[in-house]
Design a protein around this ligand. Sequence first.
Ligand SMILES: [Zn+2]
Length: 154
Amino acid sequence: MRCPNCGSLDTQVKDSRPTDDRAAIRRRRFCANCAARFTTFERVQLRELTVVKKNGQREPFDRDKLARSIYVALRKRPVEPERVERIINSLVRQLESSGETEIPSDMIGELVMEALASLDQVAYIRFASVYRSFMDLQEVKHEIDQLLSREKRG
Ligand SMILES: [Zn+2]
């Protein structure tokens, strides 16, 4: 595994253990060249999924890309990475078990919004503002009102 810090291939696994939900193996790795430590997750690839974008373009589903968009929304929010990994796993499982191999990008966006709404409301608004490309503050306010009324309903 190439070191994400210096690019060296001289890295070692220091520790391997299953995640809490047993869906993945978490490995702590160490770079012998620059002494960086990093973590990788190993999981089963159940099936190849294709994402169909609004303009009809198709691209292979990329778990890392999904994870990045979620981590960007959660930047500096007090949410543990293990919890985020569980949510990403559950999203991917939902997609893989939907019975479809072609998934509309809209559906993925809605699933992520659903998951973020119950995880972290600030992250939800951040993600929604990119995903739904809010045009003005009124739309942001509308989204926040929705979130608050949803909270009241429990
Ligand atoms: Zn390194």
